[in-house]
Write a new protein. Sequence first.
Lengths: 326, 326
Amino acid sequence: MGVTTKDLAKICGVSRTTVTRALYGGSIRDDTKNRILETARALGYQPDLLARSLVKGTSMTIGVIVVDLRNQYFPKMLDAIENTLKEYNYLLNITLHENSRETEQRLLQELIGHRVDGLIISPANQDRDFWEYLKNIPVPVVVIGNNLGDGISTVGIDEEQATSDAVSFILGKNYQNIVFVVPPLSNCNDPGNIGHRQRVVGYSKAMKASGLPEQLILGSDYIEQALNYMKNCTQRPAFLCSGDTYAIEVLSTLRQAGFTEVKDFGIMGFDCIDILQKWSPVLTTVDNHVEQIGRQSAELLLELISEKSSRKSIKIPHNMVSGETI
Amino acid sequence: MGVTTKDLAKICGVSRTTVTRALYGGSIRDDTKNRILETARALGYQPDLLARSLVKGTSMTIGVIVVDLRNQYFPKMLDAIENTLKEYNYLLNITLHENSRETEQRLLQELIGHRVDGLIISPANQDRDFWEYLKNIPVPVVVIGNNLGDGISTVGIDEEQATSDAVSFILGKNYQNIVFVVPPLSNCNDPGNIGHRQRVVGYSKAMKASGLPEQLILGSDYIEQALNYMKNCTQRPAFLCSGDTYAIEVLSTLRQAGFTEVKDFGIMGFDCIDILQKWSPVLTTVDNHVEQIGRQSAELLLELISEKSSRKSIKIPHNMVSGETI
DNA sequence: TTGAAAGCGCTAACAA
DNA sequence: TTGTTAGCGCTTTCAA
């Protein structure tokens, strides 16, 4: 393909070792160094990073596995990850499991095979076996989330607590009828990922604590379900949605059906998607600081790689964003 | 690190070649094959893809360089690219130049150094030198865009035509006063990327053709500029914004200032961001079919890599999306 | 200051 | 059917 150190060595009449020294330091006479650098530049020498990785045992590449990039959530996170890692000259291998456990496994294998120096995962898998598998992976791993068991480094908000807080927030706004809307992620009928499950738990606890009946809307037909609920309920409901995009869809549908937010119903989302904060009505939502999750998971991973710290879990703060829909 | 073919060879008492044959085919006795596969599985053998790449001369990795992931635009595109490439077992190295020419150059070098098999770029650089540089890169490149000169493969909508069409569309809705809003991408004062420049040209041509005066709003203070314009103009204006997110901000600001869309002004965006099509008012916009751009650029790149086709440019169709804001 | 040699883990050509 | 050898491009001892 391109020019190699071997070529440079031959042309300059020196050994490959000398070429290396010219390029990356080591004791060498100035004129030989200059001569080599000169021809290197002239011939457009580019080091083969694969070869270097092979011998150094580090690829300067981080693998990332998330579900997809359709929502604003992961792109924002990845943006932060990329920008953090770039400072340390790491490259990012981004892959999408699309909620398929098999795909996730395959991608994991492939990334490991490519000798990534570390992994950041928002997993599709969530059974015991998988956690065990993750723990035994030969490279450091950071999982996006929290409370996933010992031995796994995580970064994320406390989903359970955040949801409880959201319920309290809504209660504080004089709603007695709180419905939690948790559609399946992606286009599969799965209950969704771990974070969303934890949110259900948080919702459940908070409702029990306040003695109110729990109302869950699951399934991909959540929009119709919400509309039906709205039509038939006797008391002004608040729909807490496990994602801003869902909240938008529900809100828009209810409006079209002639209902008005705040007056007839309340609605709240999760994620704090930028663009919705500039739209009216401003969506009330939970800000889970996704860029911070991105940045910190990247930083934690780097620490794990350089063994500056060992496995740990970082909890990112969350906060309620008062909009105009509750 | 992990187990290697060498280890397997020693353990099974065969040569490394035999191990390879067991793993990937070649004439081999069934029982030796099984024995090898068995121990390979037992020991969790994972091929070192870097080593393989080194000898095969192909890394099964595609490099992508885009500005950032903050908008919905590139994430959607990347989602499509990833899903296309995944079918062919390619991995994706995604990097962000953030509108810095230097960063872009650095990333380009680095990706090439990592021996990516191909590149997809939405460039920050746009001068002659850069195109020449791109042409001489040792791997196939697909650039997102159109009409960038000979010898460069491109995939994208005809930005100029799309903008002209948008102007016509607006004229058809009885606006005589069309302002084009083109904020700088990212947080730099740059005029923006090539596509946006081409849009300006398209706007210009269409306005000239209809004998109307051109009104451009540039700069990062476009929101205030738009508001000022609104306050001082005598004829109902239509703001054509070179991106849905900008349109949203302008719209929301104008509303807050007491103006009403359609009645007092019209507004139209670019990109057709999903979530905005579900919100009310539905934003009138130009759909540039970004998933299609993603998929086709990935496919074209694969063709270039396998030399099934040579350099070419693919034009993706665009279309106007009638919303409620014009 | 310079060079020779070995090796990272893999594949491929050629022998046996 | 199996093994030997060489080499991808680089780094890293160790010796000169």
